[in-house]
Design a protein around this ligand. Structure first.
Ligand code: NAP
Length: 293
């Protein structure tokens, strides 16, 4: 039996829909969430998907959640970076105990113990190490920066004509979250990719000015890139984008890493896994504009 965790999250929702389509209507699979009574979770139940309760912060919930599962798409959690590894560790311990044979994990580009990116150091790298040393088969999907982050303040970008970020002088690889949901579903549903680490990026790495130029073309409005001091980023995220403080604080490290070139890496791994190329930035924006995302 297959399992996707975090069923109420954006990435997981998209991955689940892809799994459903790839498996066809008669094959059963399981999803877990902290909130099985949400509208989104109830929609999954109505489609015949088994929804189980699981909270990675509550190890006592995880045994029943993992019972009978052979392969799991473990979606990295959202929360303070100081707590996320423990959540993942709890889930992995339960998976081992339940006899799960293969773990697919959504990690982050260039995860390493000395990364500038805080969540790479504190969350993704140690989680990868725990998975690799667990004895279970694994597929680590290191996601590049979500292109979707450009949408968080798109309204302001379009109204002011200014796309503002720290670090935009350096190119960075991006990728659309929905594309990553498709490739993760392919790995979950298919065979192979055992004990591999992939880095999923678009086929291009882009600067802030290049993103501004693409926004100008797609939204038919003059938009320029303006650098923002990295010290101002957390407040901007909280007040303009409405992100919680823990996410804004973590994101300062992410933007410092971008400034240092930590994400300037392009691979062809996405096509290897998905069997088709990822959308480029222009196509991602065009799809968003036309309501496809
Ligand atoms: N590459 C990037 O640029 C980038 C950007 C943002 C996030 N991410 C990572 O990608 C993942 C998916 O992003 P998203 O946009 O789907 O985030 P999201 O919509 O905010 O979803 C949060 C996810 O975390 C899960 N979660 C939180 N606390 C949990 C807990 N205690 N136990 C189990 N699951 C828990 C949620 O599951 P339930 O609510 O269903 O329990 C949900 O799947 C995130 O979780 C984050 O690790 C990557």
């Amino acid at each position: 039996m297959l399992l996707v965790t975090g069923a109420n999250g954006h990435f997981a929702q998209a991955a689940i829909e892809n799994v459903r389509q790839l498996l066809g209507p008669r094959e059963r699979f399981v999803v877990t969430t902290r909130n099985p009574s949400s509208e989104a979770a109830q929609n999954l139940t109505a489609k015949g998907i088994e929804v189980r309760y699981a909270d990675f912060n509550a190890p006592e919930t995880l045994g029943a959640a993992m019972a009978g599962i052979e392969k799991i798409l473990m979606v990295s959690t959202v929360g303070p970076n100081t707590q996320r590894f423990q959540m993942h560790s709890n889930a992995l311990t339960a998976a081992q105990a339940a006899g799960v044979r293969h773990v697919i994990y959504t990690s982050f580009i260039n995860a390493s113990p000395d990364a500038i990116t805080e969540h790479s150091r504190l969350v993704h790298y140690p989680t990868e190490q725990k998975i690799i040393n667990s004895g279970m088969n694994y597929t680590i999907l290191r996601h590049s920066v979500y292109a979707d982050a450009v949408l968080d303040d798109l309204e302001q970008t379009l109204s002011t004509g200014i796309f503002t970020r720290p670090g935009g002088e350096r190119a960075a690889a991006h990728i659309a979250r929905d594309d990553l949901a498709f490739s993760a579903a392919k790995v979950l549903v298919g065979d192979g990719h055992k004990n591999r680490i992939y880095t999923e990026t678009m086929a291009e790495s882009v600067t802030g000015a290049q993103i501004a130029a693409l926004l100008s073309e797609v939204f038919e409005k003059n938009i320029v890139y303006r650098n923002m001091p990295v010290e101002d980023w957390a407040d901007y995220m909280m007040h303009t984008m409405g992100l919680p403080e823990f996410a804004a604080r973590s994101s300062v490290f992410t933007l410092k890493a971008l400034e240092a070139g930590e994400y300037d890496l392009v691979t062809s791994d996405y096509e290897t896994i998905a069997g088709r190329p990822p959308r480029n930035f222009r196509r991602f924006l065009e799809d968003y504009k036309s309501g496809l995302k």
